[in-house]
Ligand binder design. Structure first.
Ligand SMILES: Nc1ncnc2c1ncn2[C@@H]1O[C@H](COP(=O)(O)OP(=O)(O)OP(=O)(O)O)[C@@H](O)[C@H]1O
Ligand SMILES: [Mg+2]
Length: 321
């Protein structure tokens, strides 16, 4: 197994990630796997779409997460009248100098919470999506790079409501991970009730933006065996050939799964990917990128179920010794 990352660097990343999960856990009471999914996206330079009912602590989670990173955090509440320039920024006239100066929009930050992203019309959504994809924005013809690291954590409410503009499939595909936040386990909810009868504890930063950049760079050095690339291909091909599927996982989705698997390996302190890394992430990375046939939709099928079936059926070939 070609090992490329020094053991002390691996254990430092592993320790930092544990510290983040513990620290986030002081404010957000719930499954550590949720925080880990955010870390995966951060390290793989991806973005997360969080779907969940109101009041399941989406905002609490995202705020706690960005505080632990020691990164800048901004929040945009998406509304039907939100304009693209409300996200990217506008030029305003400086009366003293008679010059136009850029008033930077909230996108110039490290962690951007886009709350209820499906409440804004397509044009505004796509301003954000350009930023997500390119790590830059174009304001009145002038292109500006964003600050690094840059991660968007967007939320949307799953209930079909009046006045929502569902994200088109191609846009959903731009999120590395789609996370569904359900209700907490009974024991967690009880602990939350007991904890939150007084003001919640402040979350402390455990690292800084430069640590994030270093982790992102390290993740690229994580080793993926050829058999695992075949395994990823097997999974995406399974979704493409499935009878219930109208549109299977794209090559971009396959690549996303590889990137995410490298990130999770690093979080766990390894410099190589295991089949379980891929298995664990496939539902989070692939399910939202596939489209069911209308019949399968009517029968109550779901992308998640098809991916779960793939994880069950597609075998992983052990490397030849
Ligand atoms: N699992 C949890 N851990 C900690 N706090 C929680 C949890 N669930 C709910 N809360 C508390 O419930 C309240 C609502 O949380 P929050 O505002 O983060 O929810 P939300 O999902 O962002 O809601 P909305 O969709 O309305 O924006 C907060 O006071 C939060 O502390
Ligand atoms: Mg909220």
């Amino acid at each position: 197994m070609p090992s490329t990352i020094a053991p002390d660097r691996l254990s430092r990343v592993n320790q930092l990630c544990r510290a983040i999960t513990d620290e986030v856990g002081r404010a957000f009471i719930g499954a550590p796997a949720i925080t880990e999914a955010l870390l995966v996206a951060l390290i793989a330079r991806g973005h997360v779409l969080i779907e969940g009912y109101p009041g399941v602590a989406k905002t609490t989670l995202v705020k706690a997460f960005s505080s632990t990173l020691g990164c800048n955090f901004k929040r945009v509440q998406f509304t039907p009248d939100l304009l693209p320039s409300d996200i990217t920024g506008t030029y305003i006239l400086d009366m003293r100098t008679s010059q136009f100066v850029l008033r930077e929009g909230p996108v110039f930050t490290n962690v951007l919470l886009g709350d209820e992203i499906n409440r804004a019309p397509a044009k505004t959504q796509s301003a954000l999506l350009e930023a997500m994809q390119e790590h830059q924005v174009t304001i009145e013809g002038e292109t500006r790079p964003l600050t690094e690291p840059f991660i968007v954590l967007a939320t949307q409410n799953p209930i079909e409501q009046e006045g929502t503009y569902p994200l088109p499939e191609a846009q959903v595909d731009r999120f590395l991970i789609k996370l569904r936040m359900g209700y907490p386990a009974a024991a967690d909810e009880k602990r939350m009730l007991a904890t939150y009868d007084k003001p919640p504890p402040a979350v402390r930063p455990v690292m800084g933006p430069h640590d994030v950049l270093e982790m992102q760079a390290l993740a690229q050095e994580v080793f993926v065996a050829e058999e695992l690339l075949d395994y990823v291909l097997g999974l995406v091909q399974f979704t493409r050939a499935h009878a219930k599927i109208y549109l299977g996982a794209s090559p971009r989705a396959a690549l996303a799964l590889v990137h995410a698997s490298k990130a999770v390996a690093l979080i766990k302190g390894r410099d190589y990917v295991l089949p379980d890394d891929v298995r664990g992430l496939a539902p989070l990375v692939l399910a939202h990128r596939i489209l069911l046939t209308p019949e399968a939709e009517l029968e109550g099928g779901s992308g998640a179920a098809v991916v779960a079936e793939g994880v069950d059926k597609v075998g992983y070939k052990m490397p030849r010794k």
